[in-house]
Design a protein around this ligand. Structure first.
Ligand SMILES: C[S@@+](CC[C@H](N)C(=O)[O-])C[C@H]1O[C@@H](n2cnc3c(N)ncnc32)[C@H](O)[C@@H]1O
Length: 453
């Protein structure tokens, strides 16, 4: 508390109030945005003298070191019920931040270090990953803006590596936004294969699209706003033969993607959204294509070809090579996420994390996402199911239920995990990254393959 009071004094605020915490955090973490003001609440805009910056950073670090979160009883109960240790939520300073260097940018490392004024330490167990000191902001750096580095937790990187992506793979990322794992998948694929990103949230997927464009990573990617529990479109490789026929038959085909849609196209898209399905899309449910790269396979195809679906039997051959189901969850494994409820209000946590109806809804959703992701996987392909929850109900219980309902599903050992700082979970072959021992955000990972039965 002493650190916080001193900091408040530097800021000209004698009382150590919640608002002073917001003030220093907005300096300390450049990416931090203060919560929206409630009506009538007065928040003054602080002005900072640049010389204070370093002092503020080091003081803020001290404050973070000594801070403990006043976790509400309901959350403590939730943790107890799930056998989780509450002390992990008081230890934000011990969970480092990570960045991934875009492959091919190794030669720029010294330049990047000079720009962020900090030596980057490599993560020994994860290629292209570096620890980032908590007081180093990257959002405004040239390296970040040019897409040479991006922020992604090391455990998330491990989930992507678990997929075992090979050049030429057709990958489905069923809950893709905001897209950190999608970026890494695209990085690993290079310029071969395709990635189909799906998310039910339009605004989150739009942010994901912006990120792909900024990092120039979207060449092999297409993005659909769609419900991952019913999404049914196959990878574009199976449409390639019909490419020329579409052109020959002079059907309306997808041209190069342009962020500026014509008035006619925007009107048609809005109408499609309004009606659920336009005449043109009447044969499909409601996936909306909001981005496609030059080599995503979409350019030159007719809409019927992109939106063709096949039956479950055909999917066994024509499905995706790799599927990632990074399912929506309570996010309780993300310490930083839980800490944000200090500002958002613990009642919001009650509603979003602890509410029994919400958690029941989530476990049903997770099972449905996993089942549909698996349906879209071809025989011999691999699927990774991950959540950033540490609870049994959203992880092991979902996996057990899924296995009991899918005879062709088999759990796979994650070979790459031998040197990872994770633990075996309750079910053999499944893994848990735990903030206390892994120095990463919490993550559960299970890998499956599809057998020919
Ligand atoms: C844990 S986040 C995914 C994080 C992402 N994979 C990444 O690495 O940045 C879960 C995502 O699932 C999405 N989601 C929730 N329900 C969904 C559904 N029924 N179908 C598809 N996406 C869904 C949410 O909008 C959210 O963006």
């Amino acid at each position: 508390m002493a650190g916080l009071t001193n900091l408040a004094l530097v800021l000209g605020e004698p009382n150590c109030t919640t608002s002073s915490r917001f003030l220093f955090r907005s300096v300390y973490h450049p990416a931090y945005r203060p919560p929206r003001r409630r009506t009538g609440e007065k928040v003054q805009n602080p002005t900072y003298h640049p010389v204070c910056f370093n002092l503020l950073c080091s003081m803020a670090e001290q404050v973070e070191d000594v801070s403990t979160l006043p976790l509400p009883d309901a959350f403590l109960d939730f943790l107890r019920r799930n056998g989780l240790d509450p002390s992990i939520y008081a230890a934000s300073h011990s969970t480092p931040r990570y960045i991934r260097l875009k492959p091919g940018c190794e030669r720029h490392l010294m330049e990047i270090e000079a720009e962020i004024k900090c030596k980057l330490k490599e993560v020994s167990w994860l290629p292209y990953f570096y620890y980032l000191s908590p007081d180093v902001g990257i959002a405004r750096t040239k390296a970040y803006q040019e897409g040479k580095i991006y922020g992604i937790d090391a455990a998330s990187g491990a989930a992507v590596l678990s997929l075992g992506i090979s050049p030429g793979d057709h990958v489905l990322d069923l809950c893709t936004a905001p897209g950190a794992k999608l970026c890494m998948i695209l990085d690993l694929l290079g310029c071969s294969g395709t990635v189909t990103g799906v998310d039910v949230s339009r605004h989150r997927l739009a942010a994901c699209r912006t990120m792909l464009q900024k990092y120039t990573l979207g060449d092999c990617c297409r993005l659909f706003v769609a419900d991952g529990t019913t999404f049914s479109l196959i990878p574009v490789r199976v449409c390639l033969n019909s490419k020329s026929s579409a052109a020959e038959e002079q059907l309306e085909v997808y041209k190069e993607w342009t962020p500026r849609r014509s008035w006619k196209e925007r009107k048609r898209a809005a109408k499609t959204r309004e009606n659920g399905a336009s005449q043109f899309f009447s044969q499909i449910q409601d996936p909306e294509l909001i981005f496609y790269g030059h080599h995503s396979g979409v350019v030159g195809l007719s809409k019927c070809e992109v939106y063709q679906s096949v039956n479950d039997h055909e999917l066994l051959q024509l499905g995706y090579d790799k599927v990632l189901v990074d399912a929506e969850c309570t996010h309780d494994g993300s310490i930083r996420h839980i800490q944000k409820f200090e500002q958002w209000g613990w009642t919001t946590l009650q509603r979003r994390v602890l509410d029994a109806e919400r958690t029941d809804f989530l476990t049903v959703l997770q099972l449905k996402l996993l089942a549909n992701g698996f349906r879209l996987l071809k025989v011999g392909g691999s699927l990774v199911y991950s959540t950033c929850s540490l609870t049994l109900s959203q992880n092991e219980d979902v996996v057990e239920q899924f296995l009991s309902q899918n005879a062709s599903a088999e759990l796979l050992e994650i070979d790459a995990a031998q040197n990872w700082p994770c633990k075996s979970a309750r079910i053999p072959k499944t893994l848990r990254f735990d903030p206390m021992t892994s120095s990463t955000s919490g993550l559960f990972i299970a890998k499956f393959t599809k057998l020919a039965v």
